[in-house]
Design a protein around this ligand. Structure first.
Ligand code: ADE
Length: 245
């Protein structure tokens, strides 16, 4: 997959995508990530990219020309152009998963009071929000998308670690422990030290179900609606609800 980020702050993107799992995915050529400063495409003497809003009001609006020139230079018609904005469709695991199958994404980061609406109407395929709060620009949103998407591309993580993650199966992930066995008087649950893999698996599924029922009942309801759960999981959910486990 190729991801190109149009931004006024490419250094913000570059610094994060040069660390940890995303860095490794780039090195393995699973994903290529390029940040492009659309200020470089401004055709005015001072490379200005914004102007006051027609109709008045606070703040500045990004002018269409630099963004559109940058998009044209990227052959945008053959790629999926996504604009990061609080007005967009909220990102979730399903959206990240479907976008992880796209060959080419262009992530467009706004700033100030945002983009001229004509650019959104005529050049953007999808508007995405990362949550119900307002950020100063789209860069953090673009990075959240890049991270959520990259880890879903085959080869980035092992199959096992993906399958057990929160949301991938309509359940929140069970708690994890490592050495030492006792820390500040708090012990690791005995079952995890038992070596009995069947019991460990039952404990983990039960913990997942308990956590999801207490924090995110909506996920369980969605899993049931989508007929995702096996008969065994449904039975366990019922038992947890009745406090039998
Ligand atoms: N830009 C500003 N706020 C945003 C949000 N919540 N999601 C995505 N992009 C944004």
């Amino acid at each position: 997959m190729n991801i190109q980020v149009l931004t006024l702050f490419p250094e913000v993107i570059d610094s994060y995508v040069n660390t940890s799992i995303i860095k490794r995915a780039r090195e393995k050529n699973i994903v290529s990530i390029e940040s492009i400063n659309f200020r470089d495409y401004a055709d005015n003497k001072h490379h200005s990219v914004d102007d006051t809003p027609f109709g008045g009001g606070a703040g500045m609006v990004l002018t269409p020309q630099p963004v559109v020139s940058a998009l044209e230079n990227l052959d945008y018609k053959n790629k999926k152009v996504i604009y990061l904005t609080p007005k967009g469709k909220t990102l979730n695991q399903d959206l990240a998963s479907s976008l992880s199958k796209e060959p080419d994404l262009i992530l467009l980061c706004g700033h100030y009071e945002g983009l001229d609406q004509r650019v959104i109407d005529h050049y953007v395929d999808l508007e995405v929000s990362i949550g119900d709060y307002v950020l100063s620009g789209g860069e953090l949103g673009a990075l959240v998308m890049i991270d959520a998407i990259t880890r879903l591309i085959p080869g980035t993580l092992t199959e096992d670690s993906l399958a057990e993650e929160s949301f991938s199966n309509y359940l929140l992930e069970y708690p994890q422990y490592t050495r030492p066995r006792e820390f500040e008087g708090h012990a690791v649950p005995d079952v995890l030290l038992s070596g009995n893999h069947k019991n460990i698996e039952l404990y983990r599924i039960t913990e997942s179900i308990k956590l999801t029922l207490s924090r995110r009942k909506d996920l369980i309801a969605e899993g049931i609606e989508n007929k995702y759960f096996s008969d065994r999981i449904i039975k366990l959910i019922k038992q947890v609800k009745k406090n039998l486990l």
